[in-house]
Design a protein around this ligand. Sequence first.
Ligand SMILES: Cc1cc2nc3c(=O)[nH]c(=O)nc-3n(C[C@H](O)[C@H](O)[C@H](O)COP(=O)(O)O)c2cc1C
Length: 173
Amino acid sequence: MSKKILITYASRLDATTGVAQAIGKTFTECGAQVDVLPMNEVKDLDAYQAVVAGSAVRGAAWLPEAMQFVRTNQKTLAKKPFAAFLVCMTLAMPNGEKYREHISSWLGPVRELVRPVDEGLFAGTLNISRVESFAERVKFRLSVLFGVWKEGDHRDWKAIHAWAEKVYPQLGG
Ligand SMILES: Cc1cc2nc3c(=O)[nH]c(=O)nc-3n(C[C@H](O)[C@H](O)[C@H](O)COP(=O)(O)O)c2cc1C
């Protein structure tokens, strides 16, 4: 079997793509061979010794295509070291760390299908002008106005790097 690690992701507005690439970079620095691919481009999981899958959060859940990826590949993923991560805005709130346990529960449906060896919870970005729906844009503008969320890139590259370094040995690296 190949010694490659797959980092696969579902993203709508690119923040999760960047997180997946950063995880891939850390693994590469650790000496691994990696592929970093959006879930819809993954063909053959047999080619990988381990899989890391991550998704943007919308409506307190992984994106539907990310859940579908785990459902479709449940049997194969259960036989390999598998780690999961999510990218969300709640962790970027001023008191976001307080909600870590609650945020972790959003990975519950993933856990029910395949138990990850580790789980990463990361703050993402908020760029309201890029949000597709008018109603959501209004909602986000209000939440910024009331100080709940702040626009901008809240990704904590140190935390992402530290998680990737911690999870790497658990993936057979
Ligand atoms: C329509 C929409 C719904 C969202 N729902 C949540 C949510 O329920 N909880 C949360 O913490 N973040 C939520 N977010 C914030 C996203 O998780 C965050 O912007 C993340 O960086 C998106 O990743 P992406 O750029 O890879 O799509 C939502 C964002 C959008 C646009």
